[in-house]
Design a protein around this ligand. Structure first.
Ligand SMILES: [Ca+2]
Ligand SMILES: [Ca+2]
Length: 324
């Protein structure tokens, strides 16, 4: 499943007969779903047994298959629905798309030791590829995720590698986390990431230096971790086997700290003033906007600035938003 510009792309195999790879390829499709109406908008025919799909740059879709010995990666144009290119990867692969570098990182899993491979793409064409050279230096697992800024590969073995445009700097060892994980979620606003380490345990790390900050726990056994809209959530399984959706942690907003430096002072007045005057140098992000709404009425206005000034002048000791 992939998402881009209010469209959700879901792949399916339409030809259930083709259990084996055929020269002409099995019949599959990409269903394009409009996320606003939740209706099926279009279908794109694909000749591949789909395993994963990525929405890449400039409207190209990359569909991967996962077959022993002969896996293909295909690309399609979203606008014309045309088949663009195909790459034989020769091994069963698990892969992730790096949106910053416009390339696919894959781990061929049927050859040992496990190693990373890169496929560079350019407007739907597979242009080049190369492999890393770890051999057996690191105990890699087949599952991995790329950080939202495209800078790191987080292998579920706990080993972190770099992603870099430059071949010599790419897929280099960066860090080893103290525990392997089953899933990972990123909170880039607060420079944090969370790993599900088995059972109901979650480790919280600092994204800048990979240091451990905290541990959290869920009620059920975690199947998947998400970070959405300032909330850490988990899809988990309860003791009696039922799936549950849990909110593990919400971001604690420090009201008044508009520039997110941890302090509430005249700099925050400057930021809020700049924002209210529509000065582009003071564009506030999602967190900044929440922190600026010190009266907690749901919008940022000059009234919030008045409260902030009064707080800094110690005329008030707290913000209305903290009492809500
Ligand atoms: Ca501040
Ligand atoms: Ca307000």
């Amino acid at each position: 499943m992939a998402y881009l510009d209010n469209e959700l792309f879901v792949t399916a195999l339409t030809d259930s007969q083709s259990l084996y790879w055929l020269p002409e390829g099995p019949n599959g499709m990409i269903a394009v779903i409009d996320t606003k109406t939740v209706e099926l908008k279009e279908k794109i025919d694909i000749k591949i047994r789909p395993f994963n799909i990525f929405a890449g740059k400039n409207g190209y879709l990359y569909v991967t298959s996962r077959e022993p010995q002969k896996a293909y990666f295909n690309s399609y144009s979203r606008s014309t629905k045309e088949f663009m290119d195909s790459e034989l990867v020769n091994n069963e692969c698990l892969s992730e798309y790096n949106p910053t570098l416009d390339r696919i990182y894959a781990i061929p899993i049927d050859i040992m030791p496990i190693d990373y491979k890169v496929l560079n793409v350019d407007n739907g064409k597979f242009v080049s590829s190369y492999s890393s050279t770890y051999y057996d230096s690191y105990p890699l697992a087949e599952k991995f995720k790329i950080s939202p800024d495209g800078k790191y590969l987080f292998n579920s073995s706990g080993v972190v590698f770099t992603c870099n445009e430059n071949v010599n700097e790419d897929m280099k060892f960066a860090f080893t986390l103290d525990k392997k994980f089953t899933d990972i979620a990123f909170n880039m606003e607060e420079n944090r990431f969370y790993t599900a380490v088995g059972g109901n345990q979650i480790y919280v790390y600092n994204y800048e230096d990979f240091s451990g900050i905290d541990t959290l726990s869920s009620t059920g056994e975690i199947l998947k971790l998400f970070y959405v809209d300032g909330k850490l959530c988990a899809l988990s399984r309860s003791a009696n086997g039922r799936p549950m959706f849990e909110v593990i942690q919400k971001v604690k907003i420090k009201y008044g700290d508009v520039n997110k430096d941890g302090r509430i002072n005249s700099t925050d007045i400057m930021y809020l003033k700049g924002y209210l005057l529509r000065n582009s140098a003071f564009n506030l992000d999602e967190y900044g906007l929440m922190a600026a709404d010190v009266d907690g009425n749901g919008s940022v206005s000059s009234l919030d600035l008045t409260y902030l000034k009064r707080y800094i002048l110690r005329r008030i000791s707290d913000f209305p938003a903290n009492k809500k």
